[in-house]
Every structure is written in structure tokens, then in C-alpha cells.
Write a protein that binds this ligand. Sequence first.
Ligand SMILES: *Cc1c(COP(=O)(O)O)cnc(C)c1O
Length: 370
Amino acid sequence: MNTQHPAERILMGPGPSPVPARVLRALGAPTLGHLDPQYVAIMDEVCEMLREVFQTKNALTFPVSGTGMAGMECIATNLLEPGDEAIVCINGVFGGRMKDVMERCGATVYAVEAEWGEVIQLDQIAAALELHPKAKLVGIVHAETSTGAHQPLDGFADLVHSKGALLVVDAVTSLGGHELRVDEWGIDAIYSGTQKCLSCPPGLAPVSFGDRALAIMDSRKTKPQSWYLDVSMLRKYYTSGGGGRVYHHTAPINMTYALREALAIVLEEGLENRIERHEKMHLRLRAGLESMGLSYIPKRSLHSLNCIRIPDGADDAGTRKRLLEEYGIEIGAGLGVMAGKAWRIGLMGHGSSIRNVDLVLAALKHVLGP
Ligand SMILES: *Cc1c(COP(=O)(O)O)cnc(C)c1O
């Protein structure tokens, strides 16, 4: 195997998604110092573009250094203190991870669960808040990449806020591919990643904190246990307060160039057009898969991630191996309880195209046989 020159794969798994050449070229621009005024201006542009894509006015919106999981850890470690209580919705792998991460912050976490592939109902959260009135936050995954379920969020914030809690959202696989309105939906803290619907390489985790979350952070009794992800220090670098920029850690300079280019592409296309494209491509894939007799696992499927049942008699690993070797197409295996039962076909960002949809359908038809 030649490891010298990575192959040009067609990335149609659960992420990373295909990265446009424009974004890869942006990575290669000269590395600036992280306090260079030119770099600081670039970072400001990135934060402003992130606000547009998150549809928020939140001043504290920036890319955390690290992948989506760093965004999850950042929000958990800054909002929770030892002894706090939290509610986390679990209907797949990532809800389970959120609970684990929050417990590591010293919080007692109560799970609200739904079957894998199902979504969480508002009345389940209402019952949990009734039972645990001290819960400081409710965490929920908007796009559960492990099952392909699309979680509705409209109206959730009103309920959560009425009990004095914060709404925390995982939008790793929805930002830039699904409708997501941080301010309108009342989301208090949200994190995402670069390598899903934004079509940028992995390495940054866009986050945004609203006023309620800021007030919680400002009234902490203890320091967050993570120094690296402590927002009280990070904000002195990422937001231009009167005191100028304060060094905390060296920002991933070239990744910031890549993210700026990826966000520019999102905004050039227009957020609404992009979301509509993701829906159309999902419907096109769905029609093709269903005409081949394949079926979806979630009732309410994401547009960015299509989780389908492996048909009886089909060879899970063998099919994926042939797609990769013969067509250069990567699709995802089932995760967690869906291992061996599901395939996950991502249509994220740049990869959500007629070309990719028709190609994966033709390739699957060929590999699965008549
Ligand atoms: C991919 C993903 C993550 C984790 O992101 P990484 O970039 O792999 O760290 C978290 N939540 C969801 C819903 C995801 O799809």
C-alpha cells in the first residue's frame, strides 16, 4: 500500500466530508503569528461568519481548537461544576458521550432516553425537569450521526428556560446542512465541527454561548477543570475586549484559513440554498435506495446522514471494502448497537451532490448484485 500519496476518496461516510480544492489551497497560505494584526483580523472574520451560519448575534462565538468532541468538552467543562445536576437526552452514541463528558465534570447526569433511531419527545424532557428541578442544563443532539435521526428543537428552549435551565445543543452534523437557528430557537450553548456539513478538514469546533450561559460561567465558584478549554481565558483571545488579545494557546493558524474559506463557500451559496440542496440530495438518494428495496432506520431522517438497514444476506464489511477499493467511495459502518446492522451514507456539504448520489447508487447496485 502506498502511504506516500493519500488517495482521492469520495467521502460519503459520517465525516470527514469531501473538502473543496479552494479550502485545501487556503490551508497552504503562509503561516502568520497568532497575535499578528492580520491574523487577528482573519480570526474576527471567521467569528463573524460563524455567527451568520449559526444565525446568532452571540458575541462569544469562536472556533475551539480541536474537533467536535473538543466543542462538547468545552461547553460541558465551562457550564458545569462538581455537584451540579444535568439532564442529557440519549438516543444514540453522541448523547451517550455527552453524558459521559458531563459526568467527568463532576455533575450528576440524568438520562432521558429514546430508542436508537427515534427522537426525544418534549414531554419526556418536561417529566425529567419535573423530577430534577435543580438541573442546570438540558443537553440534546440535533443530528444524531450514529442513527441518522433528526431531532426537532423548535419549542424546546421555552420549556427548558421555564424551569431555569439552559439548552445545550450538539450541532456537529447539522451546522451548514440543516436548518439551525440559534437565537430564534433560544439555544444557550452550541457546538459543532468543521468536517461535516462545512466541508473543511477536521480540527476546529465552532461554539457559541448566549447570555444565559455567560451568566452561569461568570458566577462559577470553581475553575473549570480543563485549563485548555477554559472560556474565561479563551475569550480574552477570541473576543476583542478593550485590553487587546491575550495569549492563551497558539491558535491553529492554517486551519483558521481553511475554515474561513469553507464558511465563505457556505455564504456564497447562501445558507438557505445550501440547506435546500441537502434536502433535495437526501430525497434523491432516498428514492434510489428505496427503489432498490433498501430501507431507512430512523423515521425522521437527517438530510446529511442516511442510516439504512443492511439487507438480509449482504456482507457488511465486504460491501464497504468493495465500495472503497473499486469505486474509492467511503461509506460508514453502523456504530454502537447498530454495528453490523446499518450503513451510514453521508451527504454533507460539498459531498451533497447529484454526482455523488447517483454514483453511490450505481456502485451499491453493482456491488450488491441483482
Ligand atoms: C462527529 C460528531 C461528534 C464528534 O466530532 P469529532 O469531530 O469526531 O470530535 C460529536 N457529535 C456528533 C453528533 C457527531 O456527528
